[in-house]
Design a protein around this ligand. Structure first.
Ligand code: ADP
Length: 496
């Protein structure tokens, strides 16, 4: 079967992609020949192997990207953009295939999450592909005798390190602007979700010149760290935990290279007494990403509900989450899939226990799947905690699972102070019909994204990124391409 023909059997595709990296336009094993197992979180069974890339493979991938850089950077920006758009079109023809494979390897339900992610992936390439001619400079009124202008230039080889929760979308938000801006890229996938990323890279390599986009899999210290440390990498863009973000930032600092970090969150959702209850409940479900098992850095994991509607809100939310179906991610009836890995399952379960020890009441929702094939799957039933304060550890620490805290409030100033009382500042929402209160909240909430009466996910054309420990720099939008994947050269021509 040619590489571009869609293959909607994810089990077969996982086997076909096993044990490979993509370097310089070719699928190759790791130099060491080592691999590690990729599991299906819904069954606990192995679905394939990923190549275990190490420093030597990093060296090969960076060398390929470096060799491809001059010609790619010299290509007219609109031509590069057209190729990136063509990648988007090829990926759009593989939405079903990519959706099924990502569902298989991450445990995210096909209908509610995985298919959606695959289609947004294609859209991001189409969006950025159209921005080639926006790589504009300025003319500067410096001195009438001197023609002074600025020009945007690419940085060189970009290293992109991505997580497992939304690997396709988060990868696209990095590599599409990096490529259009004229950089070449080496992406390092997360250990838990390497195969769909590899497939995307394979499909894109049918369009792009060889070496422009390379893909590595491997673990953090063995493959991610050497990528950050490589002397020919000019920029690192990273999405992951705060802990690893600090390591990456420190390492990049020793080489004085720029870094973009998209890290954790503990996003507040404020529900006011006058809120449209049904709309706010829908917003909590979307915001908490229950269909993604809560595995989102923007998850609305602290829901501050006005005392007067707290009980009604809890009852309505519980009823809705109870109605969600947990099960086989590849089954169209499934709303909620499985937790990504045994380690993450243990961590989330530990937090649920901790919340109870801290005095919280755990309202456990939905029901475990009954299919015997799924008996060894990594399931966690969604939990709504009440009777906790914002000081509880489950209300302060990022759980990255289907666990949220409902916290009562009465005074507006106090709820804003509580919402801001967090080390994170990624996103926030407020639900009210009172325009004055909504506007005040948008001004006072410390977050990179504040929404009123809605909880939209990341949009390609809107800047996205946090304040405080949630990150450094913005992703998505034209500014992200200009600010994070180019540098501005100033040119002065003395005509005197
Ligand atoms: P999580 O805890 O959710 O797995 P991490 O921040 O550890 O989040 O992982 C995000 C990405 O960072 C993954 O691709 C992982 O392999 C990579 N990574 C982990 N440790 C390092 C490191 N020391 N240097 C570079 N990348 C790393």
């Amino acid at each position: 079967m040619p590489a571009t023909a869609p293959n909607t059997d994810p089990f077969q595709l996982a086997t076909d992609l096993s044990g490979l990296l993509l370097i310089d336009g070719a699928l190759v094993p790791a130099t060491s020949g080592k691999t590690f197992e990729v599991i299906n979180p819904a069954t606990g069974g192995a679905i394939g192997q990923a190549a275990d890339g190490d420093a030597e493979d990093v060296g090969r991938a960076v060398a390929a990207a470096r060799a491809a850089f001059p010609a790619w950077a010299a290509m007219p920006a609109r031509e590069r953009g057209k190729l990136v758009q063509e990648c988007g079109r090829v990926l759009a023809g593989h939405v079903e295939e990519l959706g099924r494979l990502i569902a298989l390897e991450t445990g995210k339900a096909l209908r509610t999450e995985s298919r959606v992610e695959a289609s947004v992936l294609a859209d991001v390439f189409v969006f950025y592909g159209g921005l080639g001619s926006e790589l504009k400079g300025e003319t500067v009124p410096f001195n009438p005798q001197m023609m002074t202008l600025t020009q945007r230039e690419p940085l060189g080889v970009v290293g992109a390190i991505i997580p497992w929760n939304v690997p396709l979308l988060l990868m696209a938000l990095k590599i599409a602007p990096a490529l259009v801006a004229g950089n070449t890229v080496v992406v390092k996938s997360a250990e838990e979700a390497p195969l769909t990323v590899l497939r995307v890279c394979q499909l894109m390599n049918t369009v792009l010149p060889k070496g422009v986009f390379n893909m590595l899999s491997g673990d953090g210290p063995g493959c991610g760290a050497p990528l950050v440390e490589h002397p020919d990498v000019a920029k690192i863009t990273f999405t992951g935990s705060v802990e690893t973000g600090r390591i990456v930032y420190t390492s990049a600092a020793t080489r004085l290279i720029p870094v973009t970090l998209e890290l954790g969150g503990k996003s507040p959702m404020i529900v006011c007494a006058d809120a449209d209850l049904e709309r706010a409940v829908n917003g909590a479900i979307a915001g908490m990403r229950f269909t993604r098992q809560g595995q989102s850095c923007t998850a609305a994991s602290r829901i501050f509900v006005h005392d007067s509607i707290h009980d009604a809100f809890l009852a309505a939310l519980k009823a809705r989450v109870d109605g969600m179906v947990m099960g086989d991610p590849l089954d169209e009836r499934t709303d909620i899939g499985a937790i990504i890995s045994p380690a993450q399952h243990e961590k989330v379960s530990g937090y649920i226990k901790l919340g109870e020890e801290e005095g919280g009441t755990a309202h456990v929702c939905s029901a475990l799947p009954t299919d015997p094939d799924l008996a060894r799957g990594l399931w966690v039933r969604p939990v709504l905690f009440t009777d906790l304060t914002n000081q509880a550890r489950v209300a302060r620490e990022e759980i990255f699972g289907p666990v949220t805290c409902l916290i009562r409030w009465t005074e507006f100033d106090d709820v804003i102070a509580q919402a801001n009382d967090s080390e994170y500042g990624l996103a926030a929402t407020i639900w009210t019909r009172d325009l004055k209160m909504a506007l005040a909240a948008t001004q006072r909430l410390q977050a990179g994204l504040v929404q009123v009466n809605q909880n939209l996910v990341v949009q390609p054309n809107l800047s996205y990124g946090g304040v405080k420990t949630s990150g450094l720099g913005k992703e998505a939008s034209l500014e992200a391409m200009l600010e994070h994947f180019t540098h501005k050269k100033t040119i002065i021509l003395n005509m005197g």
